[in-house]
Design a binder for this molecule. Sequence first.
Ligand code: ADP
Ligand code: 5GP
Length: 217
Amino acid sequence: MSSRRNVLAGKPRGLLMVVSSPSGAGKTTLCTRLRAEYPSLGFSVSYTTRPPRPGETDGVEYNFVDQPRFQEMIARDDFAEYAMVHGNMYGTAAQRVADAIEDGRDLLFDIDYQGGRQLRRKFPDDVVLVFILPPSLKELERRLRGRGTDSNEVIEGRVRVAREELRHYDEYDYLVMNDELDRAYDALRAIYLAQVHACVRQTPTAEQVLSGQEQLL
Ligand code: ADP
Ligand code: 5GP
């Protein structure tokens, strides 16, 4: 939606905030904290063909679907973006993104660089891309083992893929090193707040103030 239309609709423009990282770098931890502090920040629940991990609930962390259903959704053009990650398919429902932009709501995306790239191409004025860096690959592996949700084989695969994912850091707007959690969180929050207050998103707010003043004159 153009900023002009948003001005006419009188709503601040919604932000699409993408947070990516190699698995285990801490993006779920950081994003959960951001959503707890800012409940108006919605979360884009992706579709995936990956089986649920213990403790995951359908419709909460992901919408879990089988391969034929995912292919059907691709054929119907239901995805704003989709990609294969670690051998499974993941995708973002286009309708959810369109609704958020239309309603001026902010949405958080935990998606990989392939997805971030596709969203940026489709919504260049609305997307901000943040990449969470692990202190090292060794520490990444330590965190994956400490999390205790994946088998040895899966962990080794994720560390191998992490090298490839890290190479894409330069496609992002912001890089946040997650060495010390509180410091990394402060940086993520600062990025979110700066983006929300960008002129392009707050034009309707300024116009409202201006039109109120005009009524007083
Ligand atoms: P991701 O969502 O990127 O796969 P998680 O948020 O699940 O990563 O974090 C992986 C593991 O690392 C979790 O057990 C989490 O508690 C831990 N962790 C996250 N951030 C830090 C940090 N700054 N220092 C130490 N451990 C961390
Ligand atoms: P996990 O299986 O550990 O939850 O996620 C694996 C990877 O898939 C993570 O890097 C995550 O960011 C990415 N991912 C999750 N949902 C989507 C999505 O809808 N699209 C894309 N492109 N990547 C996703």
